[in-house]
Design a protein around this ligand. Structure first.
Ligand code: FEO
Ligand code: CA
Ligand code: CA
Ligand code: CA
Length: 590
């Protein structure tokens, strides 16, 4: 358990004021510096960023847009030298391109999108691998690194595991059902003990346009994933994103992708054994018996919490042996019972209702329609499961449930205890006997989020939590090497709360359990992403996603942004950026 100070808290930093303005704020005594921003040249020959002369070719050699997950993979165990892996989740065309229009008028924006602009967007998606080094206390990007890589919506990938090669995965361009181009809407993720990066496709539905007839064999499948209401104009120029022309392409997205960042020629693997959902993240833990267990949230109102348990064991002496681990194992979905106990239900073909009578002829069918399989199993419908992290010191597992304002009074259950849940909550799970492979667990609600001073909200932060310390909409999270929980949020910049999103530290042990403190906040319009610590806890990586994005109904544009963070230069739009936080004079983030 983390060491406690005299006041009973394990966190020492001086809390910041909650609020919202044009820039970011970090706790006193810490530095938060931009390391990489959208458009940063990554290769020695990449030209300087100019938002008005952007091209798809340049974007594919620059840092992409809207990082959600950030991971740090040490080189030779170092906390001062390693590979940064970052997802580029989505794009804000209204802030990237002059004259394209506001976020809410999608039809207007679509009409203005040219093929070049679409191709820039596709190149701004995916992810990046960047070698970084801390010299004299300052983090720097290694510019001529052999590891530097950009992955985009066009990068060739392999499909592996039980759904690979299935007829439902085949398209005109890929008659094998084993090759796909690109990963899209990659939200959070994970890094494995064998040094690979897990990157999770989340809201992939928004990239497909056109429609299938109601009688098409994939019609119900696609409806369950919300496919058919496009948010992007890609289908206008790329047939594979038009369902009428390529009805199976959407089955090839919604997976967890494994990437070896140490080999820039590595073909990323879409690991179908982990299921097809709107994957928020994929944080894992090596179980006491050596098997690897990955916790997975499906970020949708009334969707589920999953875990995947590998069949094989992690082998730290033979790195290559681990590269097939994620193709074989058992996927489970969680059922939370009212008595504080719970069960992991196997999502396995032939078991329970997952049979041909219900349209599942094989495990491939089960995985392609993971959500429908979980519906039939009777899993617990949650309030948008986002990031999940297991604490290796206590084996407790923390599930961020971001919000669900559509839950009605008669849909309330023990694990989702509030109707109209605007601020979300966190569920703590304890695997039976500390065994992450067990199908039994106990659970309790760690905290119901929101403003504790408003009785009707029903928030349950400890009484030691200050007016700055509460938060809503937990999204990503991290556990530092001392076993302490850090939570980043998405949605607090709503006018209702008067505060920006940010990072909060939360006590989980002892008398101060449920006490939260505010460490960092983002500029207006942004969401807080990352967080990720170096093994020595001296550096914290944070991502500021979509700075300047419109709040509901408020038009913003490239030419008239509400902030120009972080450059604050005329003509330069706001730029999503990745930050490094360190303590002034050195030392752990405390
Ligand atoms: Fe991309 Fe679940 O947030
Ligand atoms: Ca996000
Ligand atoms: Ca997220
Ligand atoms: Ca979110």
């Amino acid at each position: 358990q983390p060491a406690k100070k005299a006041n009973g808290l394990s966190f020492d930093f001086k809390e910041i004021e909650a609020g919202v303005d044009h820039t970011h704020h970090v706790a006193e005594g810490y530095d938060a510096k931009v390391l990489l921003r959208w458009g940063a040249p990554l290769f020695p020959d990449t030209p300087e960023f100019d938002p008005k002369s952007q091209t798809p070719e340049k974007q594919a050699r620059q840092f992409g847009y809207n990082t959600d997950f950030v991971g740090y993979i040490p080189i030779d165990g170092s906390s001062d030298h390693g590979l940064l892996v970052a997802n580029h989740e989505y794009t804000n065309e209204e802030l990237m391109f002059s004259g394209v229009g506001i976020q809410d008028a999608k039809d207007v924006a679509f009409a203005k999108m040219t093929k070049d602009l679409v191709d820039i967007e596709m190149a701004a998606h995916g992810g990046a691998v960047v070698e970084i080094r801390r010299m004299n206390g300052e983090w720097q990007v290694v510019k001529d690194s052999k590891y530097t890589r950009r992955i985009t919506a066009e990068t060739p990938m392999d499909i592996t595991g039980p759904a690979a090669g299935h007829d439902r995965m085949k398209t005109c361009a890929d008659t094998t059902g084993r090759k796909v181009r690109g990963m899209i809407n990659n939200c959070a993720g994970g890094v494995t003990p064998w040094g690979t990066w897990l990157s999770c496709e989340e809201n992939f539905n928004g990239y497909f346009w056109g429609a299938l007839s109601d009688t098409h064999p994939e019609a119900k499948n696609y409806k369950r994933y919300g496919i058919g209401t496009p948010a992007y104009a890609w289908g206008k120029f790329h047939d594979r994103f038009d369902l009428a022309k390529e009805p199976n392409e959407a089955n090839r997205f919604g997976w967890v992708v494994e990437i070896d960042p140490f080999d820039p020629t590595f073909v990323p693997n879409k690991r179908t054994a982990l299921g097809r959902t709107k994957h928020e993240g994929a944080a894992g833990i090596t179980n006491s018996d050596g098997r690897y267990v990955i916790y997975l949230g499906d970020d949708e109102r009334f969707d589920y919490v999953y875990k995947f348990v590998t069949a094989g064991k992690v082998d730290m002496r033979n790195r290559a042996a681990n590269f097939s681990l994620l193709d074989e194992g058992i996927l489970y979905v969680a059922k939370y019972n009212p008595d504080g106990k719970g069960t992991w239900l196997p999502v396995v073909h032939g078991q329970g209702p997952l049979t041909e009578a219900n349209g599942f002829k094989s495990q491939a069918d089960v995985l392609i329609e993971t959500r429908r399989a979980a519906d039939l199993l009777g899993a617990t419908k949650m309030d948008r499961p986002e990031d999940i992290e297991a604490n290796p010191q206590t084996n407790r597992v923390y599930v961020m449930l971001t919000n669900n304002t559509r839950r009605k009074d008669d849909q309330v259950d023990a694990a989702n205890p509030r109707a109209n849940n605007a601020f979300g909550h966190i569920v703590e799970m304890m695997p039976d006997g500390g065994d992450h492979a067990s199908t039994a667990f106990t659970w309790e609600v760690l905290v119901k989020c929101g403003d504790p001073s408003v009785a009707s909200v029903g928030a349950t932060f400890s009484s030691e939590t200050t007016r700055n310390g509460w938060f809503g909409m937990p999204d990503n999270c991290a556990i530092d090497s001392q076993g302490r929980l850090w939570i980043s949020t998405d949605g607090n910049n709503a006018k209702a709360t008067g505060r920006a999103d940010g990072l909060w530290a939360m006590e989980t042990e002892g008398e101060m359990r449920g006490t939260s403190k505010h460490f960092f906040r983002v500029p207006v319009g942004a969401e807080m992403c990352g967080p990720f610590f170096t093994p020595d806890d001296e550096t914290l990586f944070l991502a500021v996603q979509h700075p300047g994005e419109a709040e509901e109904g408020a038009p913003v544009s490239f030419d008239n942004p509400i902030t120009r963070w972080p450059d604050f230069k005329d003509g330069m739009p706001p730029r999503p950026s990745l930050l490094v936080v360190t303590k002034q004079g050195g030392g752990k983030i405390a």
